[in-house]
Ligand binder design. Sequence first.
Ligand code: FEO
Length: 404
Amino acid sequence: MGEPYEAIRITDRVYWVGAIDWAIRDFHGYSTDRGTTYNAYLIKADTITLVDTVKAGFSDQLMSRIRSVVDPSEIDLIISNHSEMDHTGSLIPVIDAVSPSRVLASKMGVKALGLHFGKTGVEPVDDGDTLDLGGESVTFYETRMIHWPDSMFTYLHGDKLLFSQDGFGMHLASSERFADEIPDCILDREAAKYYANILLPFSPMVKKALSRVQGLGLELEFICPDHGPVWRGEAERITGDYVRWAEQAPTGKAVIVYDTMWGSTAKMANAVADGLGAAEREAVVLPLRASTRSDVATEVLEAGALIVGTPTLNNQMFPTLGDTLTYLKGLKPKNLVGAAFGSYGWSGEGAKHAYAVLEEMGLEMAVEAKDIVTSNYVPDDDVLRACRKLGTDIGEMLPKPQPA
Ligand code: FEO
């Protein structure tokens, strides 16, 4: 009888031995509409090596896939590229089951693993250390804040293969293991969503890591991330995306995010979108009752403006917008024009509070705070014309779309 789960061959000596989580829909607040994978890889060199493990609860899949290729007791080395628990939740049980000679992580990784799991016996490697696996070698590169301070890449020289942990990954459960087997529209969306929601605040470190890889002249035939599919023979596709996303150059797209109680702020949002259309700029309208904070972050990634609408509820902005702005503020988007608008019954602080948060986030505000467009109860034609003008004025501040 074979194993219930099998390893997938990546190269002659590297196998995917990870786990597929079809069911997860909330990854620490990130809406994972298509599930995810926790990738781990086995290197069948003289020193049989396991690169990363999987989230707790998925070690049966990992061990079964390993057993389909080697006896787990033959694993001599475990490399932990990233200590977040989606990759280390099963590390200690796997160490206990396998009894490897060595377990390696970055210095910060050793510290973080100790803080998670107590005494682990994990040994530190230095940035740039190379390790002979017997006829094959790997080099470790610290990639702090991609995604945590402990993160590192491991490069397998013979196969020109980069184990990139969270970098170049995406939350996507699929039967296919290679990116070139998955429709472009899904890859593009999920890779962008992952960057926007996980890596955006660390864009300066992403730029540094990309320049370093380029400066070292590392050839990338395969990129093996810890989530989603493996990139084979098209590394520049995802590295090119990362260069663009890390740059955060403004585009001709404006994202309008709003919530509404009785439809007044919704009418205002529609008029702002109309104004953007009149300026021949793209409007993406996201009502917060039907859009997650992760959707908003994904659209903001390649936008030129963020325009938020809120009613006033008990002297505050609407709570869904408060949630979204708290989240976006942490993601530190750059190079955006900002504006706020909204309806109110009797006091009207909501849009002012939202405006203040956008200012704190460093957005270039399209109008002064005293000129925020508001509507006392239901917007009349004058208010809607003011909203439309706001959209047009912001549109004219954005780059014109390039003809396709
Ligand atoms: Fe996939 Fe930062 O862990």
